[in-house]
Write a protein that binds this ligand. Structure first.
Ligand code: ADP
Length: 746
């Protein structure tokens, strides 16, 4: 059956028909042959019995008269029947009375088994004198027939005839041949019929199969199979067509869905793109807003701080006027600091914060910071300790300003959040890597709960304690980002009530070359003898021109002004200045266009004038194109005196005269005198405590209340009030604390 499994359905049907036909034919033929042979055998036995009867009857006379001669002649007539092998007449006692042997069967005649049979037979009989009964026996190639001879009702002997089976076998052969021929012809017919008939079943199946193939290959589900019969195959075709139409419907729906989906995706993409554009636009708007805010606030601050600085140089001022100017300047600086903080964090978030690398001595920076915090710790009655393994003259190349800001921020927090105990600064240079440093700021203050430790580096995140103490919550966020910008890591270890340790781990490149010390404003008094400078100030805003002109005029420089780029070009040709300070944004011709002319036009070629750009932007990378266009340097608004003076020193190699040391000392003495006066002041304890507490908490309103109360008091208290007002105006809480702690209370 296995071999059938993989043959075609056509073959299967043909084979089944042929096999069935062959089976039926074989059975039928077998039955027919068997019937034929049985009938033939029967007839043959009957014929032989008749013949035996005849020769028996003919021999009865001879038997009675015991004349075997006549009997022998009589049975010799059997010669005419060629299939008779032999014939015998037995007497009742079993003796052979007469016999005939066909000479054709000489060998057979000698066969003795007939008599053997006879004797065996006789022996089996109870009475040996009983005559042999009528009987016949078939052997493979002959048959024996026994017939009793009866005369007058009495058995007088037995006739035996032995005949060969040649005719029987001939018949058998013929029968088989007929059957085989009939079977062959029938099978041939059956095959021919099967070939035709199987198509009735296989053809629709093949057609169905082809259709299926077509559907699969072409993916065309609209094809249908034609139904030609109403039988099971017809149902199969119906089922197939039904299935196809379902697939077709699904396919159509799927396509529609797909199409809609694409439409939807496209629609969503457009929406997303719009949202993205909006977000980008919003972000851009934010950047522009920040840049503008920076510009817009810095420009007027330039005027405020510039004039404050200029006016302070006037020696005719009264003490009050000088104080007021200082207040204007320090308030302005405070405001500028806040703006810078917010700009800093925005800049860092926008990835626009840059490093300003320079050579400096790390130990000197640490010393300066240590000096600053020694005082602060004293004021709060905290122990102050500096330790580490830093050597003198540890020259590094890094962003000094940022490192200073980082340390001031961390130490500021340490002092702010520690009420008693110690604040310490430990700077260690790693022994295995000489460029790796670890700076620890350790305090014994309130500590930071573990849960809050990850938040404190996020902008505007303050713990309740931090909130109560004031501040913007930006300090650590800026600090961490600055440390990371410098390639380092800021770590914190702290436990509530156990104090905190903030560690800065960073790589500081070893410095090579000269250390640049920044000129300090208060020290420069004027240009040194024999130094002359002719400056051209270019700005479209009159106030800005005036400030810079005055700043420069104050130290003895000669200044001229131009109101835009074109004007600047004309003035350069006319006046040949030594250096140009020029704003970038101007009408008619801006600073960029002007510098290109100065650097490229032949008329300016003979004298290479140093040009310094002035910009309200603080972003170094934004100044890149400015420098590329040909400016030598840039200073940002509001400009600090020292930045302007540094440019003169750098590009014109001028020397300055500095304020005489006595002048600085005098100021310190004046301050000391003021302090001695204060030590005589007495305050009621309640007011004293309120003042200290409100200063600790930066509670400005409460401080103001205290001050107005003081104003009502005696001369000493009024003097204290005036002194504190100055500190309050510059938001200098530390100063207030320091001053208050120096007076007495009762
Ligand atoms: P601000 O000091 O302006 O509140 P910071 O970013 O500097 O903001 O600090 C965030 C918060 O982290 C503070 O409000 C305070 O709760 C906590 N913090 C910072 N430094 C310390 C410290 N040394 N000890 C305890 N808490 C600290």
């Amino acid at each position: 059956m296995h071999i059938f499994r993989n043959v075609s359905i056509k073959r299967k049907i043909s084979s089944i028909i042929l096999f069935t036909s062959a089976m039926v034919l074989s059975l039928a033929s077998g039955a027919f042959i068997a019937h034929e042979l049985l009938t033939f055998r029967h007839r043959m036995v009957a014929d032989l019995i008749t013949l035996a009867e005849i020769i028996g009857n003919n021999s009865s006379g001879g038997l009675i008269f015991d004349d075997n001669h006549v009997v022998n002649e009589n049975i010799a007539a059997l010669k005419a029947k060629s299939h008779i092998i032999s014939a015998q007449i037995f007497k009742t006692d079993g003796q052979v009375f007469a016999s005939y042997y066909n000479t054709r069967y000489v060998l057979f005649a000698k066969h003795s088994h007939i008599r053997d049979y006879y004797f065996a037979h006789q022996t089996a009989q109870e009475d040996p004198n009983q005559p042999i009964e009528d009987n016949y026996f078939f052997e493979s190639d002959y048959v024996e027939v026994y017939k009793k001879i009866v005369y007058d009702g009495e058995v007088i002997g037995t006739a035996l005839i032995v005949s060969d089976l040649a005719e029987f076998y001939q018949r058998l052969q013929l029968g088989i041949m007929i059957v085989i021929s009939v079977m062959l012809v029938s099978l041939l017919l059956a095959f021919m019929l099967a070939s035709r008939l199987q198509a009735v079943i296989s053809d629709p199946i093949y057609r169905l199969l082809n259709t299926m193939k077509m559907v699969t290959q072409q993916k065309n589900y609209s094809i249908r199979e034609k139904k030609i019969s109403d039988d099971e195959l017809g149902s199969l075709v119906d089922g197939f067509n039904g299935m196809l139409s379902q697939i077709e419907t699904r396919d159509r729906e799927l396509n529609q869905y797909h199409y809609h989906l694409e439409e939807k995706v496209a629609q969503r993409t457009v929406e997303l793109a719009e949202a993205r554009d909006q977000a980008l636009a919003a972000n851009k708007a934010k950047s522009i807003f920040l840049a503008n805010m920076s510009h817009e606030i810095r420009t007027p601050m330039n005027a405020v701080l510039g004039y404050a600085q200029i006016l302070q140089r006037d020696t005719q001022l009264t003490k009050e006027q000088r104080n007021s100017l200082q207040i204007i300047e320090s308030s302005g600086n405070h405001l500028l600091g806040l703006i810078n903080d917010i700009l800093d964090i925005s800049k860092i978030e926008a990835g626009a914060m840059e490093l300003r690398q320079e050579n400096f001595y790390l130990n000197e920076l640490i010393d300066a910071i240590a000096a600053m915090f020694r005082v602060r710790c004293e004021q709060k009655h905290l122990e102050w300790r500096v330790s580490g393994n830093l050597e003198d003259k540890t020259l590094v190349y890094a962003d000094q300003g940022k490192l200073r800001q980082i340390l001031i921020n961390l130490l500021g927090n340490a002092v702010k959040f520690t009420e008693k105990g110690e604040v310490s600064l430990r700077v260690t240079r790693q022994s295995d890597d000489y460029e790796m440093y670890r700076i620890d700021v350790i305090d014994t203050g309130q500590g930071i709960p573990k849960a809050d430790q990850k938040n404190i580096f996020e902008p505007f995140q303050q713990e309740k304690a931090g909130f109560d103490k004031g501040g913007t919550g930006l300090g650590l966020a800026i600090t961490k980002r600055q440390v990371e910008l410098m390639g380092g890591r800021l770590l914190v270890e702290s436990e509530r009530g156990q104090g905190s340790c903030f560690s800065v781990v960073l790589h500081l490149e070893m410095g090579t070359g000269e250390v640049v010390y920044h000129a300090e404003r208060s020290q420069v008094s004027r240009l040194a003898e024999g130094n002359h400078v002719h400056v051209l100030v270019v700005d479209d805003v009159k106030e800005n021109r005036d400030i810079l002109s005055q700043m420069l005029g104050d130290i003895g420089a000669e200044t001229r002004e131009a109101v835009n780029g074109q004007d600047c070009l004309d003035k350069i040709l006319e006046q040949r200045p030594d250096i140009v300070f020029m704003d970038i944004r101007m009408p008619v011709m801006d600073g960029m266009a002007a510098i290109r002319h100065i650097r490229q036009d032949q008329v300016f070629a003979e004298q290479k004038i140093p040009c310094v750009a002035i910009s309200a932007s603080t972003l170094r990378h934004q100044m890149r194109p400015v420098l590329d266009a040909g400016f030598d340097d840039f200073i940002s608004k509001p400009f600090r005196f020292e930045a302007v003076y540094e440019c003169l020193a750098k590009y014109l190699d001028v020397k300055f005269e500095y304020l005489a040391p006595e002048q600085q000392e005098q100021e310190t003495e004046a301050e000391a005198a003021k302090e001695i006066d204060l030590s005589q002041v007495k305050l009621p304890k309640v007011l004293y405590d309120r003042l200290l507490e409100s200063a600790e908490l930066s509670d400005l309103t409460e401080i103001e209340n205290c001050l107005s109360e003081l104003n009502q008091g005696d001369a000493g208290q009024q003097a204290l009030s005036t002194a504190l007002k100055e500190s309050l105006a510059s938001y200098n809480m530390d100063d207030i604390l320091e001053t208050v702690q120096k007076v007495q209370y009762e």
